[in-house]
Design a protein around this ligand. Sequence first.
Ligand code: NAD
Ligand code: TYD
Length: 351
Amino acid sequence: MSKSILITGGAGFIGCHVVQLFVEKYPEYKIVNLDALTYAGNLENLKSVEGAKNYVFEKVNILDPDALDEVFANHEITDVIHLAAESHVDRSISDPLAFVMTNVIGTVNLLNSAKKYWAGELSNHLFYHVSTDEVYGSLHDGGFFLETTPYDPQSPYSASKASSDHFVRAYANTYKMKTVISNCSNNYGPNQFPEKLIPLCIHNIKNNKPLPVYGKGENVRDWLYVLDHARAIDVVFHKGKTGETYNIGGFNEWKNIDIVKLLCAKMDEKLGRAAGTSEKLITYVTDRAGHDLRYAIDATKIQNELGWEPSLQFDEGISLTIDWYLENQDWLEHVTSGAYQAYYSEHYADR
Ligand code: NAD
Ligand code: TYD
């Protein structure tokens, strides 16, 4: 095998698409998927590759440095693509420390294991850190996030991701590790845990449950289909310049309320309901604390320098996403049983 790539968080939403893409496209690479299988990780996401010769799964927590060292040694890891994280802003508001632990301490543990295992030949190996546009803060007066935009994180989630980005850059500067970082906008698509806006609304529309819109629904996000993000990660991993940052986005800004209405209209059609039926489920609820107004990525650099651009139009991507959730009711039922119910009733109880 020409490379042995450690992909962390490969059982999560974005990670499972990255793992599948790499396993299928690069049979000459060994892909080691390391994941603690928290509530957000699910091996059902990886059924298509579980028997592949170039795929291995390791159930390991990035908070366990000894276990990380073992994985590096046992699999002779040559490169890392780091996605494992606590990823939901609302959870970071109720439990910030969990985000410091996994996103900051976990990332530093991984950097340490890589540095130790690659000692003496750091320049032959790449540590690729996958991050978010939320590190740049909230746009209030127009404009876009550039790679040079100063960090200004506003939520415990984005503060923890910003911190992890700083550590990656610090290891590049101090120890001369070969690193690259990408900061992506909001992803949507198959396999996303239904605590995030789009899958939560699809699930609730299907079940005739209220659609909780925070505040007035005026907040704006830039949305990218998850497979386009996975393709971008492939491009950055193979062609990105060492030490650089690449912003990844969909050139696709939407107000939350418009997305919810779009989902309602499309699902009325797909479920054979009269037009306007699902919109009646829209319920305005108490706003998220410190809710960032607008995120918008300028993805010109990756487009011009590495030749990546989004392949799917939003309308098509949303349609594929709804179809996936409607066709994978079992998946949805598994992930929404048990702990999900407790989270849901607690989080939405007082809103
Ligand atoms: P996710 O929550 O769906 O998946 C995270 C995965 O990490 C899960 O499989 C979970 O089991 C695993 N994990 C969590 N804590 C761990 C630990 N301590 N040790 C090992 N594994 C652990 O997240 P996602 O949406 O797939 O996001 C993946 C990465 O991409 C994250 O770093 C996130 O910050 C970043 N990102 C996400 C988005 C988005 O819209 N979802 C956008 C930009 C960047
Ligand atoms: P989310 O999917 O949690 O992603 P992020 O907070 O990382 O952008 O939320 C997307 C937007 O939708 C955000 O502005 C918050 C809003 N939102 C709601 O209005 N209702 C909900 O139930 C959820 C989960 C999110």
